[in-house]
Design a protein around this ligand. Structure first.
Ligand SMILES: [Zn+2]
Length: 134
């Protein structure tokens, strides 16, 4: 079996956040504004020969817990990026979303056979950022 062969699961979620970018990144985006983000969260079974089923609601709950606490209907410059320590670009949001969901996953028994491998984030419909670990 090659490294990419196996069973993958992908969940799509939406969340709405306010943010702004530093003036030197974008004059227009330096004003606080909002986006309806779409994230596709991809997991991979690490032992697909033994695990044949996973309750999708458990993965949904992990993602929802993260989104509800820091992202959805929040000013992410503050709640995710600690008062602008990092700019809230789509690239940084995808990376941080990976870190946050993975941390939550590591608190469950699923960590033993499910791996978070990719976050695909749309800030607007025609602009996709992908954070991928393999
Ligand atoms: Zn924006």
């Amino acid at each position: 079996m090659n490294k990419e062969e196996g069973i993958y699961i992908e969940l799509e979620v939406e969340f709405s956040s306010a943010h702004s970018l530093p003036y030197n990144y974008s004059k227009k985006c330096s004003n606080t504004h909002g986006h309806n983000y779409t994230a596709r969260v991809r997991f991979r079974y690490t032992i697909p020969d033994r695990v044949k089923y996973i309750d999708k609601h458990i993965l949904e709950d992990i993602i929802k817990k993260v989104l509800d606490s820091k992202y959805d209907h929040k000013d992410i410059n503050r709640t995710v990026f600690g008062n602008n320590k990092l700019p809230s670009t789509a690239e940084n949001i995808a990376t941080q979303l990976y870190e946050d969901i993975n941390t939550e996953l590591q608190n469950t028994e699923y960590k033993n056979y499910i791996e978070l491998i990719q976050i695909e984030l749309n800030e607007v419909k025609d602009f996709t950022v992908i954070y991928k670990i393999k």
